[in-house]
Design a protein around this ligand. Structure first.
Ligand code: ZN
Length: 469
């Protein structure tokens, strides 16, 4: 779209109501944003950044040697891209280290299963443990079970995650991953296995964090790949005792200090006010974390770089935060919130790209009503990308939860997640799953929202009621 549409002009002229904030974007600026949006659709920078992180650093589990490598990579990449100010901020964490992970059916016959340990769970002895399997269809069934059914056994939850474009099957199924280790321990079980929280049919189990606190008993726990969970369900249907051997030596491993890496493109009029975008720098360790979340880093770093190069400095600072240890602690998010809690109001609007590399189909916001005229203008610029408005009850990525709860205005650019949970947290999360064209469409959308927010003459509200929780 090269020209300002009649709808944009209408919005600019008539839709700024008496109580609404003035947006005051001029036609030339909106036209430049539209041109940059269109140019971004054929730009390869986001893909190059994603390729660089997944190739030069690879897997980057928080607290592992690759954690520090990723931090160094991020600082060098921000520098190479010409960011005005690059800083790091400490993000302390309890380190969890992956060990050996094997599982096999011992009886009624011997057969190896594919398994991965759930993050933040305790180890089995090095020689493993054997136990009879007790099957529950859902977490709720395990929670309702009598202790006598579970004591001395290995629990198995077989609920399968549903596939949906918006990823809503994840929220429904992921409770099993979170709670099975603790509920099993509470009922006297010796270990827990679940069906992977994933939608594929590959023998690639999905890891992910379990709930953990030092005062609550927990048992070793792992996720079986979907085909192996199917097999175990069928073997159990034969109504004979099934015994499994598990060796899961992953364990807690002392303290570590990771870093949030922050790249600022400084504002020309209000450099102390921030539009916060970004991704999480850490990943699980089974694949190279290409869709989770190197893609989010590629998208948001490229958006900030292209804005600076093509639009020049905007009024506010564009702050790209590469968050530390999202996966098993939100360590970077918590540390940043605590370090900046006296200046949260300077964080004008925030979003995180953390849902893979699929195309964006909707924008959701959580901003003051007075800022809606600017959201309407964003929408006129997003519509040509096939993006609809998803309402003003939106959310953002996990790393913005502490600041959102404290009142910060947020937005979420919703990506097509139809295939995301085929690869999420598996050894199959690799670069070939990233479609450069879809990634470029993401950059175009992030440019629109980020540039207009950084240039707007008003804020987006603070202290907004958190309607999602
Ligand atoms: Zn992620």
């Amino acid at each position: 779209m090269k020209n300002i549409s009649p709808i944009t002009l209408f919005l600019l002229i008539f839709c700024v109501g008496a109580n609404a904030q003035q947006s005051k974007f001029n036609d030339e600026f909106l036209q430049q944003v539209a041109e940059l949006r269109d140019a971004a659709l054929t730009d390869g920078l986001a893909y190059d950044i994603t390729e660089s992180l997944t190739t030069e650093v690879g897997a980057r589990l928080a607290g592992s040697p690759q954690d520090a490598k990723a931090v160094a990579w991020a600082q060098a990449k921000f520098k190479e891209l010409g960011f005005d100010r690059i800083t790091t901020e400490a993000a302390p964490l309890k380190r969890w280290t992956r060990g050996q992970e094997t599982a096999e059916i011992i009886s009624p016959y011997q057969h190896k299963l594919t398994i991965t340990a759930l993050g933040r769970t305790n180890p089995t002895p090095d020689e493993g443990i054997n136990g009879e399997v007790v099957h529950f269809a859902t977490l709720a069934d395990l929670q309702a079970a009598d202790k006598s059914e579970v004591a001395g056994k290995i629990t198995f939850i077989s609920e399968r995650m549903e596939r949906h474009k918006d990823g809503s099957g994840y929220g429904k199924a992921v409770g099993a991953r979170g709670l099975t280790a603790q509920v099993t321990a509470e009922k006297g079980g010796i270990a827990a296995i679940i069906r992977s929280i994933g939608t594929d049919n590959n023998r690639t189990p999905h890891t992910g964090a379990a709930s953990y606190d030092e005062d609550t008993p927990s048992v070793p726990a792992g996720a079986l790949s979907n085909p192996d969970a199917d097999l175990l369900v069928n073997v159990l249907k034969r109504k004979q005792p099934v015994t499994v051997k598990l060796t899961l030596t992953s364990h807690w491993d002392g303290d570590y200090t990771s870093q949030n890496v922050i790249g600022d493109m400084l504002g020309s009029e209000k450099p102390e006010e921030y539009i916060v975008i970004g991704c999480h720098l850490d990943s699980w360790d089974l694949g190279t974390g290409a869709i989770d979340d190197a893609s989010g880093c590629g998208i948001t770093m490229a958006a900030a770089k292209l804005i600076k190069d093509k639009l020049g400095p905007l009024k506010r600072t564009i702050r790209v935060i590469l968050w530390a240890n999202e996966e098993y602690g939100l360590s970077g998010a918590i540390a940043y919130h605590d370090a900046h809690k006296d200046e949260l109001r300077q964080h004008i609007l925030g979003g995180e790209s953390d849902f893979g590399a699929g195309e964006i189909y909707a924008l959701g916001t959580r901003v003051a009503e007075s800022a809606m005229p600017t959201i309407d203008i964003m929408m006129t610029l997003l519509k040509p990308l096939g993006i609809e408005f998803a309402g003003n009850n939106g959310s953002s990525g996990a790393d913005l939860i502490p600041m959102r709860r404290a009142g910060m205005a947020v937005f979420g650019l919703k990506q097509d997640g139809t295939d995301y949970f085929d690869y999420h947290h598996t050894a199959n999360d690799t670069l070939d799953k990233v479609d450069p064209k879809a990634l470029a469409q993401n950059v175009a959308a992030w440019i629109v929202v980020t540039a207009l927010a950084a240039q707007a003459d008003h804020d987006f509200g603070f202290g907004l009621t958190d309607k999602t929780e």
